[in-house]
Design a protein around this ligand. Structure first.
Ligand SMILES: [Fe+2]
Ligand SMILES: [Fe+2]
Length: 297
């Protein structure tokens, strides 16, 4: 990417700050995700959530959805936290606040498909992290959830060109990032990295956003990047992608991310791939249910 192009993207990203739908609670929530669950103050979360009416309402809808099988209706944010627990509520809140990020008329990809993929990637990344005995599975969840942030930047700042890239990916049956490179001259990895820097997201998340399609280039956090890279491909291969079929011949054991992970985490090398994929698929189903309950409630 040339310096001029980088400047152009940065300029458009800076403007995103003025868009009112960017939920103010994302930064404090990310800050909270840094902490161990037992150090999180429930009241602080309640206060944060109560600032945003639409997020409070969505949060209650999800808490009362079939996904969580509650016998009694949850009527307050505080009640939802008590019933569901801090970890689950953080997951719901973060997902809900991200879901409101982009104005309705800006979507090029169906938001349902985009969020199913992002949330699915978060859940599958956490599953893979646990299987590998990676020490921070919650980190993997967060990184998975955020990995395709750059696509939001592209829809917001480069809508026409991104639309052309999506069409090209569909007609040529090529991965979206390759189509972006042809149609825009850069990819969602480039724009995502600039947004991650602009939001001052942690360095490891930023590296995942930048290198999830090219995991060998990750220098600082290669394992986290490989975990998300692998989960991204697993989601795509299980039809939790953008409807672009680029995974026909994909084999997990041949993926560079699998090579990185099994080298650093021998526990993973002992896993039976078929069993691993079957277990993983329940998270794909869960992501579909959760996103539908948030967006369609
Ligand atoms: Fe991506
Ligand atoms: Fe992705």
């Amino acid at each position: 990417m040339t310096q001029t192009l980088r400047e152009l993207i940065r300029e458009r990203v800076e403007k995103l700050n003025n868009i009112p739908t960017v939920p103010a609670i994302i930064r404090p929530l990310l800050f909270y995700l840094e902490r161990p669950v037992d150090q999180v103050e429930v009241q602080r979360i309640v206060d944060l959530v109560s600032c945003d009416e639409s997020i409070s309402a969505q949060c209650l809808r999800v808490a009362n959805s079939a996904l969580y099988f509650r016998s009694r209706e949850v009527k307050s944010v505080h009640g939802a936290i008590v019933v569901l627990g801090v970890r689950q509520i953080r997951e719901i809140l973060l997902s809900c606040s991200l879901l409101n990020l982009l104005p309705k008329d800006k979507w090029v990809i169906d938001p349902l498909i985009f969020w199913e993929h992002s949330l699915g990637c978060g859940l599958v990344s956490r599953f893979c992290a646990k299987k590998a005995n990676f020490k921070e599975p919650e980190r993997a969840y967060l990184a998975g959830l955020l990995h395709d942030l750059g696509e939001l930047v592209n829809m917001l700042g480069f809508q026409e060109e991104f639309n052309a890239a999506a069409q090209l990916a569909k007609s040529e049956q090529i991965p979206l990032h390759q189509a972006e490179q042809s149609a825009l001259g850069f990819t969602h990895c480039d724009t995502g990295k600039i947004l991650a820097e602009h939001w001052r997201l942690p360095e490891d998340i930023s590296e995942v956003v930048e290198h999830h399609h090219n995991v060998q280039q990750a220098k600082l956090h290669p394992v986290l990047v490989a975990l998300i890279g692998l989960s991204d491909r697993l989601c795509m291969a299980n039809e939790l992608g953008y409807g672009i079929q680029d995974s026909n011949h994909w084999q997990m054991e041949e993926d560079p991310a699998w090579t990185v992970l099994t080298r650093d985490y021998p526990a993973l090398a002992k896993v039976q791939p078929a069993q691993f994929i079957t277990e993983m698929q329940q998270y794909v189903v869960e992501a579909r249910k959760l996103v539908r309950s948030i967006l369609r409630a």
